[in-house]
Every structure is written in structure tokens, then in C-alpha cells.
Write a protein that binds this ligand. Sequence first.
Ligand SMILES: Cc1cc2nc3c(=O)[nH]c(=O)nc-3n(C[C@H](O)[C@H](O)[C@H](O)COP(=O)(O)OP(=O)(O)OC[C@H]3O[C@@H](n4cnc5c(N)ncnc54)[C@H](O)[C@@H]3O)c2cc1C
Length: 295
Amino acid sequence: MLYKSYHVAHSLSEAIALLASDGDGSVRPIAGGTDLMLQLRERPCSAERLVDVGSVPELKRLELQGDVVKIGAAVTYRELIESDLIAQQAYLLHEASRQVGATQIQNMGTIGGNLGNASPAGDLLPCLYALEAIITVASPGGERSLPVADFLRGYRQTDLRPGELIKDITLRALTPDTGSAFVKLGLRQGQAISVVMVAAVLGVRAGRIRRTAIALGAVAPTIVRSIAAETVLLGQRPTADVFDGAAAAARRDIRPIDDVRGTAAYRRHVTRPLVREALTKAWERAAASQTGASE
Ligand SMILES: Cc1cc2nc3c(=O)[nH]c(=O)nc-3n(C[C@H](O)[C@H](O)[C@H](O)COP(=O)(O)OP(=O)(O)OC[C@H]3O[C@@H](n4cnc5c(N)ncnc54)[C@H](O)[C@@H]3O)c2cc1C
């Protein structure tokens, strides 16, 4: 038996009410099921009561409100890939979603599931760090919002309390002088969990770097934002030497481990070229959008 019961929620209030019946920690939300079903299959007998939130209309929204992009927790990778809004306002989410799993995973897997799973190798997570995303969670007591860095508390740990649900993710739309990029190194092209990944945001005004955020995944128990690299970049001209200096500095912020996908030494080694590549792409995109060329 994989689970004790399975309820499909048709509205946010119904999902919240079903999750609130959690007295013993046995009620769990499920969206695409691409992570959770594998986890349940590893146990001989599960007492979990599942609440399917994958088609709740309030969690499927993907919209621009002023200069804020709002993404419902049940939005799939496919929907992110096909969204013009994401391509124009948060390109790195489009780029990362295209590299997740293969078609089937992109069709089923959701941004909320990537957050809920809280793996250091979750591909959207460094992007959400680099975009300084805010996560809103809902429960019968109301809603609360917190930065993604506070939401992800450690290896496979979130700040979710019993009965809480991820409702949506908000982020500021990127301005035309700002480019973004996601670069992933896996052991093969498709269905590859990241060995190291880098998300970069780079804003240039009057020839100087005025805004930047660099986040790395699979190099520590949770996502790392590289303040050392950002410090090297801010106020400088966007040149190859400056990008390389930032890439070298990024290695100071990571704490990789050995695992089946790579050694800590290998991860340290590849971090520098990956950060350099992400910064170069982000800069090229910022420059192209300032001159009116498309990405
Ligand atoms: C073959 C394969 C390849 C994969 N490749 C990649 C890859 O390349 N990159 C990558 O990042 N991941 C990959 N994954 C992992 C997985 O597909 C993603 O993490 C996906 O985003 C999970 O989303 P889901 O909707 O399927 O989550 P689910 O499996 O439904 O849920 C995952 C966790 O999140 C919780 N959850 C889901 N929705 C909510 C919500 N709204 N509120 C609170 N908690 C919630 C669940 O309770 C569960 O703990 C792969 C998985 C497989 C099986």
C-alpha cells in the first residue's frame, strides 16, 4: 500500500481544510508526485493520507501584477517553459525548466514540489535565490510570506509547519538592463540530477554592474548564495576578467561533499567555469535586450 487515502482538492480552501485535519503528521500534499511517489514506494507500508493539490485553480495562476511575477505552487515545468511572461521577465526559470528531467517530468513536476522536496539539487531553487523570491504559505490561520532562503532551512528541510501549504512564489520582474542565466552540469544530457548548477542575475547601468545575484546548487546541504562573488562584481565593468575573478571567489562560499555524482574536489573544480559561463550568458542577454535583440 503506497498511501492510506487520496483526496483531490478542487479549491484552495478545500485543500487547506483537508491538510488541517493533520493531527499526527500523516496528511501530505501531492502535486505532480514525481518525488513523493518514489519516496512512498521506498517504504513497505505507508500511513500517509494524500491531498492532491495539482489542479487547484488558485495554485495554477501565473501572472504579472505590476512589476511582480506571481507563480502558483502547482505550475508545472511545462507551463513555465511555455509562458511568454517567464521568458520575458524571469528567463532563467524558463532555461532551468527546460533542463529538468525529460518531457514526462516537465509535464508533471511543479515548482511547489521542487520547493517542498528541498533537495540541494533542485534545479529551480538557485534560480529562486537569484531572483530573491518570496514564498507564501497558507493554512487555516491565514497566510505568511518569507524569503526563499528562510523557507529552505537545510538538507530536505523547509519552514513549513504541519497543515501548511505552499501557495505561490513572487518575484520582481527583471528590468531590460538585467540579464539572467542558469547553467547545469549533470552526468548526461537528459534525466540528470545536477552535479553543480549556477543561477546568475546581472544588471548593468552606465557600463557598470549595479545589480547581481549568484546562487549555486548541489555544493552544500542547501542552496548557496555567493556573496563573495557578488562583492567582486558590484560596481565593476562587465569584463571577462571581472567574471573570472567572481567565479574564483564563488569557490570560497561552497561546501561540497563527495557523493555518487561527483567528488567534492570535482565540484570545486567545475564551479569556476560554470559561474563564469553563467555570468557571461547573463551579461550577453542584458546587452542584447538593451539593444533590442531577442534572447
Ligand atoms: C526521473 C526523474 C528526473 C528528475 N529530474 C529532475 C531534475 O532534473 N531537476 C530537478 O530539480 N528535479 C528532478 N526530479 C525531481 C522532481 O521531478 C522535482 O523535484 C519536481 O519539481 C517535484 O514536483 P512534484 O510536483 O512532482 O512534487 P511532488 O512529488 O508532488 O511533491 C514533492 C514534495 O513537495 C511537497 N509539496 C508538493 N506541493 C506542495 C505544496 N503546494 N505545498 C507544500 N508542499 C508541497 C510534497 O508533500 C512532497 O514532500 C526528477 C524526478 C524524477 C523521477
